[in-house]
Design a binder for this molecule. Structure first.
Ligand code: KIV
Length: 315
């Protein structure tokens, strides 16, 4: 892209004084819960779509490791690396002025010693501008260490995609009395360790409702029913940019897939029929340059150079 105008946004755009922006923070999420205000959250992976989501008023943008699947085309989330997640988190951070930017810690980046998870989380804050990190599972010691290191943590319980092999596929979790008691205990332990919010994914509505009622910190549901304090969807699911049938909990709010496919087909047809670009879409030589060129070519003809356009045309 050379001539297309694409002004930088994010922190380099000074906030308009007409509409001062109040940044969403982790404590603000808890305040929203206290006031009964639902939290809107969405995944984000790049500058332009994150900027649109932020300008649309989404409260929390999660640079999800679903990036591995919806952006990079992997079969599951396990392959995405810390460096790839950092790269996309930076792009999202540059786009966002209001929403809370949360980076998902990828598989393997916090599954060893607590010190390893802490070091990787610090990279997300220091190198990419993340304002919180999300980790899957009840890793209580790590949550405590991150909180002590001033890094806000969002927990993630229920269907945790990084456990796909242990779970034997993507299945709704907490469907037995024993597992319901376990997820409730985990949610309380995460909250006690300092988590700022908990994503509940793929759990029965009743379980999510109970956890939401029991905790002071907000729950953000995905496939967890309407009683959570907030909802999150994957950007590509919301806009039909996926290539498989949607899960039960997905609601399509737009059909960007069809929009993009149709627009690209029209463009291809126009190119093939020489209908694009038009004269109006072309740059033109200024009149002064035109005249100067004509004069140069006329002089060349007079002085007998056979490489002038005029001479070539005459041959
Ligand atoms: O990576 C992701 O997109 C997520 C959401 C589904 C919560 O973790």
């Amino acid at each position: 892209m050379t001539l297309t105008s694409f002004p930088a946004g994010g922190s380099s755009n000074p906030p308009s004084t007409a509409h001062p922006i109040t940044k969403v923070t982790v404590p603000a999420l808890t305040e929203m819960k206290r006031q009964g205000k639902p939290i809107s959250a969405l995944t984000a992976y790049d500058y332009s779509s994150s900027r649109l989501a932020d300008e649309a008023g989404i409260d929390l943008l999660l640079v999800g490791d679903s990036l591995a699947m919806v952006v990079l085309g992997h079969e599951n989330t396990l392959a995405v690396t810390v460096d790839e997640m950092l790269h996309h988190t930076r792009a999202v951070r540059r786009a966002v002025r209001r929403a809370l930017v949360v980076a998902d810690m990828p598989f393997g980046s916090y599954h060893g010693p607590v010190a390893q998870g802490l070091a990787n989380a610090i990279r997300f804050v220091k190198e990419a501008g993340a304002e919180a990190v999300k980790i899957e599972g009840a890793r209580i010691d790590l949550v405590r260490a991150l909180t002590e290191a001033e890094i806000p943590v969002i927990g993630h319980l229920g269907l945790t995609p990084q456990s796909v092999h242990r779970m034997g596929g993507y299945r709704v979790q907490a469907r037995t009395a024993e597992t319901v008691l376990q997820i409730k205990a985990d949610a309380h332990a995460l909250a006690d360790a300092g988590a700022g919010a908990i994503v509940l994914e793929g759990v029965p509505r009743e379980v999510a409702a109970d956890i939401t009622a029991e905790l002071q910190i907000p729950t953000i549901g995905i496939g967890a029913g309407p009683d959570c304090d907030g909802q999150i969807l994957v950007f590509h699911d919301l806009l039909n940019l996926t290539f498989t049938p949607p899960a039960k909990f997905v609601r399509r709010y737009g059909d960007a897939g069809t929009l993009i496919r149709t627009a690209i087909e029209h463009y291809r047809e126009d190119v093939e029929h020489r209908a694009f670009p038009s004269d109006e879409e072309s740059y033109h030589l200024p009149e002064a340059a035109h005249s100067a060129l004509n004069e140069i070519e006329a002089n060349r003809t007079v002085s007998g150079h056979d490489f002038s356009r005029a001479a070539k045309a005459a041959n």
